[in-house]
Write a protein that binds this ligand. Structure first.
Ligand SMILES: [Zn+2]
Length: 439
């Protein structure tokens, strides 16, 4: 990560003009003082900024008067990449922005910044690291979860699906091997399993894990904590890869105490499914506090697929506020890498901007844009596309709206969220649908 490199992309779009005017300034060390207000918190949405630069100290200051004229004249919108995470990524994002503004759709794959690289493991392997006394991070490159141990108590926060190792029975998953490492010879008297939510990619190792533990430690009592929504999801499943929760977490939340200051507070916050749990381990003495919430924030990365397959975009955006109410040092997202408060704040800023980008796209795309994209063939009796409503809806109108939204978020976030080049259009599709039918 390079903290000392950033970029500001300033673009001016005149109404009825096809190509935005664009000036890219690469700066070192700090933002010029006159632009310091344009932090992500102040650039949420597509609100129009009248540029007011008081005392800019930029190497390119001679161009500013001309720039000011252009911006004021063309009712300018100003966007910044105030927190580009990597110079190479910033260059790729700028190049992509230029191509998109010229109407091209393809950009070169963006580079992966050093801090975002996921060190892949062979199938069945895992990494185990201690976060604080009694709390261990399980990480198999794609999934993360927590294993807690205090005296003869063992607790698992999610049990991701994982393949069998070459153990004597098929129930032994790589997660069971990780739990054995944490136990380090201790015979557990009680095992608690907590489901962050009801999706099997995060809890689908449970049935096999419990079968293994019951056989290996028959005297241990096993409790499974989860919401009634998770219970319904499991009940309705065909494969039953997870076991029904027998301790239901309701709206008032619950706390699991393992002793010696190690508690797990459970609170329904939603954001991904209707009743996702925030799992909070409060600070104890000088041990760090940990917040686990799965499938919304993806530290150092853009969320995958259509906004991580959220069921509720409004809930997705709002849940960040709930998460930020917790006082936490470490953030466990269920995937890829460990984050912190900044990871949540950044994804919050992005998700709000995404919705605003969808609103702007719907607002600014015109009939002329649709015609240019080929709408005429839908109403031309001689054309192959004649009468094909899905062509008109998917290949013309939605595509044009997605491209407009995608240009905005690549401009603003392409150099901050690795992978946005691959998933941004999917995010825009989800946000456009949300704005159209629920906003
Ligand atoms: Zn999920």
């Amino acid at each position: 990560m390079t903290d000392d490199v950033g970029c500001i992309i300033i673009w001016a779009t005149a109404k009825h003009m096809k190509v935005p005017y664009r000036l890219v300034v690469v700066y070192k060390k700090t933002l010029p003082s006159g632009l310091s207000d344009f932090s992500p918190a102040h650039t949420v949405g597509q609100e129009r900024h009248k540029l007011s630069i008081s005392t800019p100290k930029m190497a390119v200051s001679p161009v500013l008067p001309a720039l000011l004229l252009i911006l004021v004249f063309f009712d300018a919108q100003v966007h910044t990449h105030a927190q580009c995470v990597d110079a190479e990524l910033a260059r790729a994002a700028r190049a992509c922005s230029r191509r998109l503004s010229l109407g091209q759709r393809q950009c070169r794959l963006f580079p992966t910044p050093e801090r975002s690289i996921i060190r892949s493991l062979r199938p069945g392997d895992f990494r185990l690291s201690q976060l604080r006394k009694g709390v261990f991070l399980y990480d198999n490159s794609f999934y993360t979860s927590l294993i807690l141990k205090m005296d003869r108590r063992l607790a698992l926060l999610d049990i991701p699906e994982s393949i069998s190792l070459d153990g004597p029975d098929g129930n032994r998953t790589s997660f069971a091997s990780a739990a054995e490492q944490v136990l380090n010879g201790t015979i557990p008297k009680r095992i608690d399993i907590v489901y962050s939510h009801g999706h099997f990619d995060h809890i689908g190792g449970t049935t096999r894990f419990v079968a293994y533990m019951e056989e290996r430690y028959p005297s241990a009592s096993i409790f499974i904590w989860g919401t009634s929504t998770a219970r319904v999801l499991i009940e309705n499943s065909v494969t039953k890869r997870a076991i029904f929760p027998n301790v239901i977490v309701g709206r008032r939340g619950r706390t699991l105490s393992l002793g010696e200051g190690l508690d797990v507070r459970m609170q329904i916050v939603g954001g991904h499914t209707a009743s996702d749990l925030a799992l909070y381990i409060p600070r104890f003495r000088d041990e760090p506090s940990i917040l686990m919430h799965v499938d919304v924030v993806f530290p150092n990365w853009a969320p995958p697929f259509n906004l991580a397959v959220t069921e509720d975009v409004g809930g997705y955006v709002r849940v960040h506020e709930e998460l930020l109410k917790f006082d936490f040092d470490i953030f466990i997202s269920g995937h890829w890498s460990v984050g912190d408060r900044k990871s949540v704040e950044m994804n919050h800023g992005y998700s709000k901007d995404l919705v605003q980008a969808a609103i702007t796209a719907l607002d600014e795309v015109t009939i002329e844009d649709f015609n240019e994209a080929g709408f005429g063939r839908f109403i031309d009796p001689t054309a192959r596309e004649f009468g094909n409503v899905l062509y008109a809806f998917v290949s013309v109108s939605r595509r044009v709206q997605i491209e407009a939204c995608y240009r905005i978020i690549i401009d603003k976030w392409g150099c901050r969220l690795p992978g946005l080049d691959l998933v941004g259009r999917g995010h825009c599709f989800t946000a456009l649908t949300y704005v159209e039918i629920e906003y």
